[in-house]
Design a protein around this ligand. Structure first.
Ligand SMILES: *Cc1c(COP(=O)(O)O)cnc(C)c1O
Length: 467
């Protein structure tokens, strides 16, 4: 399996190089050179597989011969062994032909664990084979940082430094990061905003001598490894509800467009999916695009669903590349203009293709709370704000004869205040996390200074011999 860049100017790479590289050299995103396909018979034959077995089968189609099938199966089994539910990605029925697939039973209670747990093991294995060492840095407003820390803790081949804005994440999110005591994990609270953190990370990557000196790497959502690891649960849900002999539809709470791109990839590979619905909060660039071909940047407004407070949905570039029939030059030029003008000029023919593949809806915070409340009253189901936006969207677009599956992306206990306001109930943390509020924390507080942060990255790298 080989990968090409959406902007056409980067070398064609195999899976493990794409995994470690993250973004392509030309600023584009890597995508498979050709899509693997699954026939109806092949899909039927997967019905008996457990989730880790199915994940190994699907991910192996993208890994090619970089990692043997038996090693990959072992990595998948380990990745999902720490989940709080034996089915890993259970389905819950809410209404006639309306289902929830819960993706939040991992160690940090958000769907990021689905991909990050496997990514951590893929990194560790690939680096150990090559005897290479890297240092990962990232900025987080909450979910991604904690999922990365959980997934990469304890590795001998890498360190992780995560920057978060000092006193601006929720307490659960902060504690999930700062209570991990492994020596290869470093939490830094920056006296500044999330944007300041992100700018510091960008500045570290732009500092080429520093980047080379410490072997800098990233695990953000544009890494193809993360998309590949998100495809299996769509197949798992569809098989459980009758695929390939019956179509299903999916609704996905969307921010960076990674999760729903995985659903689209499953369809591209042959899974019979009728509708794909994008669910957004008031940061609604994607739904504005689907409604009016209006892909223009506005300022990010905080919402009850913070993991979807996003302006630029990075993974959209992969869809754009496909909709342009893989014309990398045109894709690169649209993306360049988007950076300059804050508005994406998409030809109407391409927009029509997009609207035939996706539907979308955006919800206000008020509507989100109402949905949490109504869902609890009707089905006694506690949906977190992200998942609730999905549920409202699913009700709008569902068709009576087809199962509609909403992806539930976070556990309600991650957002206790919003849940209490909407339902009067304060959801409790799962057993494995019950002592989160008592655990010891470790975190360095630093000013918004590139020099200080670079020093901290060097120092953890030296201590862990990844320098
Ligand atoms: C990251 C995240 C999302 C958005 O997923 P994308 O792949 O970025 O579209 C939605 N909900 C939760 C809880 C998340 O953590």
């Amino acid at each position: 399996m080989r990968y090409v860049s959406t902007r056409g100017q980067a070398p064609v790479l195999d899976f493990s190089h794409v995994l470690l590289a993250g973004m392509a050299e030309d600023g584009g995103l890597y995508i498979p050179e050709t899509w693997p396909s699954l026939s109806a018979d092949e899909l039927r034959n997967m019905r008996g597989l457990s989730y880790p077995e199915l994940a190994a089968k699907i991910v192996s189609l993208f890994v090619g011969n970089n990692i043997s099938d038996s090693v990959l199966l072992e990595l998948c089994k380990q990745s999902y062994s720490g989940f709080n539910h034996p089915a890993i990605v259970p389905l819950v029925q809410l209404d006639h032909n309306l289902y929830i697939q819960e993706l939040f039973h991992g160690p940090t209670l958000a769907f990021k664990d689905m991909a990050m747990q496997l990514l951590g093991r893929l990194f560790d294995y690939t680096l150990s084979q090559r005897e290479e060492y890297i240092n990962i840095v990232g900025a987080t407003s909450g979910d991604t940082g904690s999922a990365a820390i959980e997934a990469f803790k304890g590795s001998k081949y890498l360190t992780v430094t995560i920057l978060h804005p000092h006193e601006r994440t929720s307490e659960v999110q902060r504690r999930q990061m700062t209570t991990v005591m492994d020596p290869n994990i470093n939490n830094i609270a920056i006296k500044g905003s999330f944007d300041d953190c992100q700018d510091l990370v960008k500045a570290m990557f732009a500092d080429i001598p520093f980047r080379k000196e410490v072997h800098l790497s990233a695990v953000n959502s544009i890494n193809w490894g993360r998309i590949a690891a998100q495809i299996p649960y769509y197949i798992y849900a569809a098989l459980a509800l009758g695929a390939p002999d019956r179509e299903v539809s999916f609704t996905v709470p969307t921010g960076n467009f990674g999760n729903i791109l995985a659903a689209w990839s499953a369809r591209k590979m042959g899974l019979p999916i009728r509708m794909l619905c994008v669910a957004s909060n008031h940061n609604d660039i994607l739904t504005r695009f689907l409604l009016n071909n209006d892909m223009s940047l506005q300022t990010v407004k905080p919402s009850l669903s913070p993991s979807m407070d996003i302006q630029v949905s990075s993974n959209f570039e992969r869809l754009l590349f496909e909709l342009l029939d893989r014309d990398a030059q045109q894709c690169a030029s649209i993306m360049r203009d988007f950076r300059k003008q804050g508005c994406m000029n998409i030809p109407d023919t391409v927009w029509h293709k997009a609207t035939s593949l996706f539907s979308g809806m955006a919800l206000s915070d008020q509507e989100t709370k109402q949905t949490i409340q109504k869902t609890y009253q009707k089905s006694q189901y506690l949906a977190d704000p992200h998942s609730a936006i999905g549920i409202a969207t699913a009700y709008k677009f569902r068709q009576a004869d087809i199962p509609m599956i909403t992806e539930a992306t976070a556990h309600p206990a991650k957002f206790p205040d919003a849940m209490q306001q909407a339902t009067g109930i304060r959801p409790v943390l799962p057993l494995a996390m019950k002592d989160l509020y008592e655990r010891q924390e470790r975190c360095e507080v630093l000013p918004n200074s590139l020099e200080k942060v670079q020093e901290a990255v060097r120092s953890i790298a030296k201590k862990n011999n990844t320098f």
